[in-house]
Design a binder for this molecule. Structure first.
Ligand code: ZN
Length: 86
């Protein structure tokens, strides 16, 4: 899967996690809410996915969320990020 798809998946997981945590907060008993725990697990998964998969396939440096989300080239080595990761 390409860098861009991993990044979109990470963002989608993060958004779903945020919604689940907010549902947990709205339930009134955050720490006993299944929704809150599901949101926490998904948030951790999104962070791990971002740390592991959002790297340049060539120089292997992490491409931060501070770079434009639709960036097409690595800010460090300039390689095309739409290529499939080896
Ligand atoms: Zn690179």
């Amino acid at each position: 899967m390409s860098f861009r798809r991993w990044r979109i998946l990470g963002w989608m997981l993060g958004i779903v996690a945020t919604v689940l945590v907010l549902i947990g907060v709205a339930s009134g008993d955050f720490w006993r809410s299944v929704w809150a725990w599901a949101g926490i697990v998904l948030a951790v998964a999104a962070i791990v996915l971002n740390m592991v998969k959002c790297n340049c396939p060539y120089c292997h440096r992490h491409i931060s969320d501070r770079s434009p989300w639709n960036t097409t080239h690595c800010p460090y080595c300039g390689s095309d990020l739409d290529q499939k990761q080896p």
